[in-house]
Design a protein around this ligand. Structure first.
Ligand code: ZN
Length: 415
C-alpha cells in the first residue's frame, strides 16, 4: 500500500512496522496499525533501556499529522516491560511521549502553526482543539527549555508587562545582542524576589559575564541589577524615558483642557492628544495642521510640548559629557517652568543621571530599540489569544513566540 511505504520512508522507526492502513470514509479518518518488529525488544519508559516484554495493553490511539484533510491515527498495543531497575513499566515508543494522545510529529506540526496563527485558528484549521494545541506548544516549549543553551550572555534587557486584564505584572528578561535576541525568562510580579529568580537560574558565572543591562526606572529592578550585575554598564532604556515624558505631557494637556472647559474658554485642546504625543514625523496632514494652530496659543500644554520636543536632541549626542550638559540645562529649564508633571520628570531624570548617560557609553555596542520591539511582540502574542488567563499558559505562549528555543528532532518535518 502506498501510504505505508510513504510512512516507512518519512517516519521510519527501526523497532516497529506499519502493518496496514484503513480509510474510514464516514468520519474521514485513516487508521494505521503499528506493531513491533519481530525480535525487537521494548524499551523501558523509566530508564530508556531495553527490557524483556511482560504483557501488552489494549490498543492506544496516537493522532498523527493529518493528510488530505483526513485525520490520521496510529493504533498500537503498548507493551509493558519487566525492567530490572524500574519494575513493570509501560514501554517507551519513539513517536509519542507519556500519556499524550498526539504523536511528537503532530505536536511539532501544531506548535509550528501556533506560532503563525492564533491557537484557536490553529485548532480550527486542523480540526483539532484549543487544548491539544496548548498541549503541543507546552511539549515543544518544555523540550526547548530543557535543551537550550543559556550562555554566554553579554547584554540583557528587563521589562514588565501587564496581563490578566492589566491587574497583574510579569517580569520579562531578554537577551538583546545583535546575533541573539530572545526571551530568556519570565517571572510573576515585578518584585525584587521575582527578578532574583532569573539570576538564580543563570547562576553566578553567567551573571558575572553580563556587560550591559537595559531597564526602566522601576526601583526593584534597579536594586537587583546593582546587586547582581555590578560589573555591567546599566542603561536606562530610551523608550521608557520617552514614554514617561509622554505620560507627563498628557497629564498637562488633560488638566488644562478641563480647566479651559470649566472657565468657559474655547476648547482649543480638543482632539489634540495625538498631535502632541506623536513624533512630528509621524503626524498626518490634518494633525500637523492642528498642531500648527495649537502652537499659536500661550498654553501650558504648548510649553510642555516644546520642552518634550527639545529633549529629542538629547539622544543625538555622541559624547556623554555633552549629553550630560544638555541634560542638566534641560532639567534647569523645566524646573523653572512651573509645570508640575514636567518638573517631576526632570527630578526623576536628575536622580538617574548616571544611568541615563550610560546610554552614550554603551550605544555603539547594541541597539536600544530591541527591548521595545520584543515587548511589542510579547503584547501582540498575548493579544492574539483570549485563552492566556493563567500564568502558566501565558508563560509557555511567550517562550514559544519569543524564546528561540531549540526543537525536538523528529524523523521528518511535515511543515
Ligand atoms: Zn527501567
Amino acid at each position: 500500500m502506498r501510504l505505508i511505504s510513504l510512512l516507512n520512508h518519512y517516519q521510519h522507526f527501526p523497532g516497529f512496522v506499519y502493518e496496514r492502513a484503513r480509510h474510514c470514509a464516514s468520519n474521514q479518518t485513516i487508521e494505521i496499525a503499528v506493531r513491533p518488529r519481530r525480535g525487537s525488544r521494548p524499551v523501558c519508559s523509566g530508564c530508556d533501556k531495553p527490557a524483556p516484554a511482560y504483557d501488552h495493553l489494549k490498543p492506544r490511539r496516537f493522532e498523527f499529522v493529518p493528510l488530505w484533510g483526513c485525520m490520521v491515527v496510529l493504533l498500537y498495543c503498548m507493551r509493558r516491560v519487566d525492567c530490572r531497575t524500574c519494575g513493570v513499566r509501560v514501554e517507551a515508543v519513539p513517536w509519542g511521549i507519556g500519556k499524550h494522545q498526539l504523536t511528537k510529529a503532530y505536536m511539532l506540526f501544531l506548535a509550528h502553526w501556533a506560532r503563525k496563527l492564533s491557537w484557536q485558528e490553529t485548532a480550527v484549521s486542523f480540526r483539532s482543539t484549543w487544548d491539544k494545541v496548548c498541549q503541543s506548544v507546552e511539549y515543544v516549549v518544555q523540550w526547548g527549555l530543557e535543551h537550550r543553551q543559556l550562555g554566554p550572555i553579554v547584554a540583557i534587557g528587563v521589562d514588565e508587562i501587564q496581563y490578566a486584564k492589566g491587574h497583574k505584572y510579569l517580569t520579562l528578561v531578554y537577551q538583546i545582542e545583535q546575533q541573539c535576541t530572545r526571551l530568556l525568562w519570565i517571572g510573576r510580579e515585578r518584585t525584587v524576589a521575582s527578578f532574583e529568580q532569573f539570576f538564580i537560574l543563570i547562576g553566578e558565572r553567567l551573571a558575572g559575564q553580563i556587560e550591559f543591562v537595559c531597564s526602566d526606572m522601576w526601583q526593584p529592578y534597579l536594586a537587583v541589577i546593582r546587586e547582581r550585575c555590578r560589573q555591567a554598564i546599566h542603561i536606562l532604556d530610551r523608550f521608557h524615558i520617552v514614554a514617561k515624558m509622554n505620560t507627563a505631557l498628557d497629564q498637562v494637556r488633560a488638566g488644562e483642557a478641563r480647566r479651559l472647559a470649566r472657565d468657559g474658554y474655547e476648547p482649543v485642546l480638543k482632539k489634540t492628544r495625538w498631535c502632541v504625543l506623536k513624533r512630528r514625523a509621524n503626524l498626518t496632514g490634518q494633525q500637523r495642521f492642528r498642531l500648527r494652530d495649537l502652537l499659536r496659543y500661550n498654553l501650558r500644554t504648548v510649553r510642555a510640548y516644546l520642552l518634550k520636543e527639545d529633549f529629542q536632541q538629547f539622544w543625538e549626542y555622541e559624547s556623554p559629557s555633552w549629553a550630560g550638559k544638555f541634560l542638566d540645562d534641560w532639567c534647569c529649564q523645566v524646573m523653572r517652568s512651573r509645570i508640575e508633571p514636567m518638573k517631576k520628570i526632570a527630578r526623576t531624570l536628575r536622580s538617574h543621571r548616571v544611568l541615563i548617560l550610560n546610554y552614550f557609553h554603551a550605544r555603539k555596542q547594541f541597539s536600544s530599540g530591541v527591548v521595545e520591539g520584543l515587548n511589542n511582540k510579547a503584547k501582540l502574542t498575548m493579544r492574539k489569544s483570549y485563552g492566556f488567563r493563567t500564568f502558566h499558559i501565558t508563560e509557555i505562549a511567550l517562550y514559544h513566540a519569543l524564546g528561540r528555543l531549540p526543537e525536538p528532532d523528529v524523523a521528518h518535518r511535515f511543515f
